[in-house]
Ligand binder design. Sequence first.
Ligand code: NAD
Length: 509
Amino acid sequence: MWNVAKIASEHGITLPERIQGIVDGRPCANPDDPYLMPAVCPATEEVYGHLEESGPEQVDAAVASARRSFDESDWPRLSHNERKKMILRARDALAANSDELAAIQAMEVGLPLAQAKGMHVPRSLENFEFFCEVAGTMAGETFNQTGAYLSIVTREPVGVAALIAPWNAPTVLSSMKLGAALALGNTAVLKGSEHTPLTIQRMVEILHEGGLPPGVVNLVNGRGPVTGEALVSHPGVDVIGFIGGTATGKRIMASAAQNVTKVGLELGGKSANIVLESADLESAVDGSLLAILSGNGEQCLAGSRLLVQRSIADEFLDQFVQRMANVRVGDPFDSATEIGPLAFADHYAKVLSYVDVAKEDGAEILCGGGPHPGFDKGYFFQPTAALVDSNQARVCQEEIFGPFVAIQVFDTLDDAIAIANDSEFGLVGYVWSNDLDAVMQVSREVRTGTMWVNTPLTRDLRAPFGGYKSSGLGRDGLQSSVELFTEEKTTMIPTGPLTLPKIGMGSSK
Ligand code: NAD
């Protein structure tokens, strides 16, 4: 395996000793003996730098900067075209540095470079473009039914947006929130995950190199309970856009309540992938593998509960398990690699621990079930399939967030729907079938924000994406992002002269 210095020199990555926040367009150091968190490469376990945690003072400075930019600078007052030009120039700078951004994500998260380059960075660029288009077509409403008045409803930016992203797809997810917030005229304080400090720092630096005015996007880097908590409880924040785990989302909602801060939550999932006997078997196998293994299996929308109808279970599972056992796990910089290492040591330990959890619940491990052989360093995990006989097994109820699928066999369509709904989550679902009535019944009755029919993982940025139940609050998408990042204002104007009742005309004694 390579070392980090070699990768950095080949891909033009500068490795700073300390990875800091960015406030007013400049690095924001924490001079008060900050917590220094080692940034570790998951493929080699090398320390490639240290995150210098932003404490409450740096968070305060970041919010103050975003506040000034919102209250005093041109940013929210620019015409749509002017703001769009600036955002697209910054987006062009990201495009010009896309190889570097992809390589940092491969190094920092363990994402296969081909996926980081071919999907993550292009999607991140598209997020900025898409929300510029959305902002350009946003329209208000008028009502004239009262006769005497015209009521005009317009939308305005909310103000300072605190945007918090997880580590599994750092540029895709932070640009999703950032693109929408900025295009709609807000300013932002971004907090990426403490596990991807360099990706996010470099992304925000490049946005500034591309001409984004200082103060419009500020960055704080640090752990959730320290930096994140200081940010979401800050009274200068007007809206919180959060993507991460459900437990964190609940804490953030409680903090937001203290200041009645608007909040949108994109949270975890444990999505059912239903394969019916009427499915095209080949595409169901292909799609089910992609559903659990894309992005190293570290995806909120993973099809992590595979439900297979009994009449086709043997045939389907023979093919599925054989292919899963053949998946190429390895160096994220090797173009042949299909799965890289898991992103960090604690997460690797957590995913590994679910092998014993599954066995304790009586599961049969059909493939995988341990560290991937052939590596003496790095967090390489064998893609794992566990056959369970009850949806109450912990591997069916808890989000593992790795290449680990829990498989159940069911008899009837109603059984599959009941199992799919027997979950605290409701993010996405998958169904494989050529029986239109069955497909429509699954779509109607499974309580999830998205249902994919005979396809895995397709997104349309225009369509809402988000979860039912504990998978979230609100949606990302065309209308939904506008709702999160704008306030509605009603202005009422009389349509003609008004005869107002005159009060205070009597003589006072
Ligand atoms: P996490 O909840 O641990 O952390 C997410 C972010 O929140 C990080 O930046 C973290 O530092 C911050 N954070 C943690 N505690 C905080 C607090 N008390 N206050 C403020 N911020 C805090 O999640 P993770 O491990 O980074 O990511 C994995 C999770 O994200 C999974 O549950 C996954 O399903 C979910 N996810 C959801 C979506 C979606 O669109 N629904 C997309 C990707 C990931």
